[in-house]
Design a protein around this ligand. Structure first.
Ligand code: FE2
Ligand code: FE2
Length: 329
């Protein structure tokens, strides 16, 4: 299955004349704003691209629990601890909705998890960066969940029904995540000198990795054109990154912190900020598995899977017994 998933498209978008009757009818439905449902006919590449995209999205939610789960026992107050637990638990829920959405395309959750554990499927590069101080919980909620919202809000209008519906609830929860992050940042940035320095340090470390969350510049983005025609992708990477920068700079100013990018400048003509690109070599290197925490993250996921085997076995044994009892009645 995965061999197919990685090989998708790259052939450019077909003209109407090159499309089969089925493909033309499919594209017409998408152009008319209709949702595609699991039992509808769809081109193989559409199915495979979505399996990869939704699968990677699900993995990102699950792996994304690790950098924050790490801080639950060290949260500074009971209230912050309760909030962080709720937030990390939400991410598990997001992963589950998304694995379910992927399953409607014909790939099982077990298969997807196996691909992740074998290192053949990716998750968002951001989760390969470490969370070093409490203020990082603020920066992650504010910037990382903030970037996730920017990516996910347009996906509520994506053409595949189960994916778009999952996004509606995910986005509502993400906005709570972002606010709890900003609330931590505000507390830290207006606290003692040492706390403010921690907030600045977090912002410095998470700024560029957050910009990377929108993917490479449009000129280097492989799957974009076909995905946009299919409304699997609604905005380009650069459009979303610009929106994120425009939203975040005033928030940095409000916090009284400094943007690590000293070249940031308002540009009247485009009615947005000019900003420096992140180091794309670093991005590709992290994606390849060489980020600061890649090995640790994957090892934690594999361990959780192996440690949970007895639970899965127990549930299956119980379900079998129950089914046998019902059959015997
Ligand atoms: Fe999430
Ligand atoms: Fe989140």
């Amino acid at each position: 299955m995965y061999a197919q998933m990685v090989k998708t498209s790259g052939n450019g978008v077909k003209t109407r004349d090159e499309m089969s009757d089925n493909e033309r009818a499919f594209q017409d439905r998408i152009d008319a704003g209709e949702k595609i449902e699991p039992k509808d006919w769809m081109p193989d590449d559409y199915r495979l691209t979505l399996m990869r995209q939704i699968g990677q999205h699900a993995h990102s939610e699950i792996v994304g629990q690790l950098p924050e789960g790490n801080w639950i026992t060290r949260a500074p107050t009971l209230e912050r601890k309760a909030i962080l637990i709720a937030k990390v638990q939400d991410e598990a829920g997001h992963g589950l909705y998304l694995y379910c959405a992927a399953e409607t395309l014909g790939v099982s959750r077990d298969e997807l998890i196996e691909e992740l554990h074998a290192g053949r499927m990716k998750y968002s590069s951001i989760f390969n960066y470490p969370t070093l101080n409490w203020s990082d919980m603020g920066a992650v909620g504010w910037l990382v969940d903030g970037a996730a919202i920017m990516n996910q809000v347009p996906l509520q209008r994506t053409s595949y029904g189960p994916y778009s519906r999952a996004m509606v609830r995910v986005c509502k929860e993400e906005s709570f995540h972002q606010r709890q992050g900003y609330s931590i940042m505000l507390k830290m940035a207006t606290g003692t000198g040492a706390q403010k320095a921690m907030a600045q340090d977090s912002l410095n470390r998470f700024w560029y990795p957050s910009l990377m969350m929108f993917g490479p510049p449009d000129a280097d983005s492989v799957h974009s054109e076909q995905s946009m025609a299919w409304k699997i992708k609604i905005n380009t990477n650069d459009e979303l990154r610009q929106k994120f920068v425009d939203q975040t700079i005033p928030q940095i100013e409000y916090l009284g912190l400094e943007c690590p990018d000293k070249t940031v400048k308002w540009n009247d003509e485009k009615s947005g900020y000019d900003y420096a690109q992140p180091d794309w070599n670093e991005f590709f290197n992290v994606i390849k598995g060489n980020g600061p925490c890649n090995k640790e993250r994957l090892a934690a996921r594999v361990k959780a899977w192996e440690d949970g085997e007895w639970v899965r076995d127990g549930l299956l044994a119980h379900a079998k017994k129950k089914a046998a009892r019902v059959a015997a009645e």
